[in-house]
Write a protein that binds this ligand. Structure first.
Ligand code: AMP
Length: 216
């Protein structure tokens, strides 16, 4: 099964994708994660993308679609894909159709996480993660059980994304409204969109997504 998790930054796409990976053996394809890895490794793509990402704007369609195509090639045919943060424009949506066809796959479902924008800013600005294992935390909503110690791996170093500040978040929201939300009608016309309340507790959102997938 191949699905898209769609929703503005901070809607919980990454969190939910990680749960589907664990529960269903699917693979998360996050263009944001791929780009951050490219920035950290200072590859040509990373060098080009860094300033754009720091401003909260969108990296070129050609770059992100090439990253997705390469990941699908590396994955092989048997594993389901969860597209997280991709596609973000109508052009990327068209490119994804072509890429999937090239890999003998089809898009089964688009799950839109519906959320309240002001609440999202609170969620994003407080979030951080373990520098070693990547486990996610939040200043207000999810602190480690022992302050300063990762629940999952015991590490004591944490990191924050550079683009998780209020000004950049507002730009990212604007990009979502202007360029990403308009792709939903394309998928609605195909009858493959399901909406899930992204403001519900994390477990309830997971259960709602599982419900959608069970019926797909
Ligand atoms: P994310 O982790 O999905 O919030 O992405 C972080 C940043 O990476 C975004 O604000 C964009 O600058 C860039 N980015 C990630 N995915 C895409 C995409 N599909 N198209 C264009 N830019 C992207």
């Amino acid at each position: 099964m191949n699905i898209i998790l769609l929703g503005p930054p901070g809607a919980g796409k990454g969190t939910q994708a990680a749960r589907l990976v664990e529960g269903r053996g699917m693979r998360q394809l996050s263009t944001g994660d791929m780009l951050r890895a490219a920035v950290a490794a200072q590859t040509p793509i990373g060098l080009e993308a860094k300033a754009i990402m720091d401003r909260g704007e969108l990296v070129s369609d050609a770059i992100v679609s090439a990253l997705i195509d390469a990941e699908l090639t590396a994955m092989g045919p048997g594993t389901g894909a969860i597209f997280d943060g991709y596609p973000r424009t109508a052009e990327q949506a068209a490119q994804l159709d072509a890429i999937l066809a090239g890999h003998g796959r089809r898009l089964d479902r688009v799950i839109e996480l519906e959320v309240d924008e002001d609440e999202l800013v609170r969620r994003i600005v407080g979030r951080y993660s373990c520098a070693k294992c990547g486990a996610g935390y939040h200043d207000e909503f999810q602190q480690p059980a022992i302050p300063g110690v990762c629940d999952r791996c015991g590490a004591t170093e944490f990191k924050r994304r550079k683009d998780d500040n209020e000004e950049t978040v507002r730009t990212r929201m604007q990009e979502y409204r202007a360029k990403t939300a308009p792709i939903l009608p394309l998928y609605e016309a195909r009858g493959i969109v399901s909406r899930v309340d992204g403001m519900a507790p994390i477990d309830a959102v997971t259960a709602a997504i599982e419900d959608v997938l069970a019926k797909s």
